[in-house]
Design a protein around this ligand. Sequence first.
Ligand code: FES
Length: 349
Amino acid sequence: MEPSKLPSGFHLLRVGQVRSLTEDAIQIIFEIPDNLISLFLFRPGQHVDIIVEYEGEKLYRSYSICSGDGEPLSIGVKSMAGGKVSNWLKDTVKQGTSLIISEPRGSFMLDPVAKEIVLIGAGSGITPLLSMLKHAYKSSQVPILIYGNKTASSIMFIEDIALCNSKKVYHFLSAEQKAGTYYGRINSENLSELSKKDVSILQADAYYLCGPEEMIADISSFLIKSGVKSTKIHFELFSAPTSISKNETNKKISYSGFCTVLIQFEGDKYSLETNAESTTLLELAKKADIDAPFSCKTGVCGSCRAKVNFGSAVMKSNYALTDEEVTNGYILTCQAIPASSELVISYDD
Ligand code: FES
């Protein structure tokens, strides 16, 4: 993709280094040119979207930033079985490769005011938590890290975690018994046992969870039953939720009938019509062969973000945009249905 054709908010960045973490995981460290440094400032917990052209298909994926304050922007990538992008990145990317990367985004962010923080993650869920842990190490925040993996050899960033010198790091291994670690998955039973030994786990100011939905649902429910206020619990899912209903918008679609939709994408304008109340704006764009970005299609990743400049649209769910973004007119097009007879949206704003 030519630099002049990149979607708004995306830039071509050169890979400065690729570091092997485990047999199936790498860290990709980017070089940020001086003129882009201010655009790539990030808060611990945020992610970038990446566009990979794979066998003629343009694929979007989100990867959490794992860097600490003052470190070059980097992401952790674990190759997944059947994962086109993760395997391509792991097998192909070398020092000097150029990749299309979005500016940092996402609302899963460390609260800098929270004094004591508990970070709970599994597998590659460590990536945003590592950024938080590194930040805490250099500030007055007191972190507890609870991290689950199958085996010791599959622990990503084990040296980086050790360098953060946190006195409270609890490793759980589900497929190996090893001295200095806890045996089993991170679940409510194991966390209950652990919190009897370390009561501070239940007394923190903020909790950050990243991993599969099952773990997040189980741990959130345990924390709430143990007296932790739900407002203190923040999570980021690996994939679309099936049982967590945190951000169902519950907004009724009060409009029915034709809608004229003007879509601005990469400087071009497309005038379309729809009367299907269940057709999302992303589906409409795709039907018109607009190369609009998307990844999860379930309201989690934020890749399909666009701005409503006229008219209105209603989202079925939103796990990606902040309240501020929604107030400023941003929508997830994979979740948004037209709610007025005329609608103007832009992927470029
Ligand atoms: S494609 Fe992921 S939020 Fe819309």
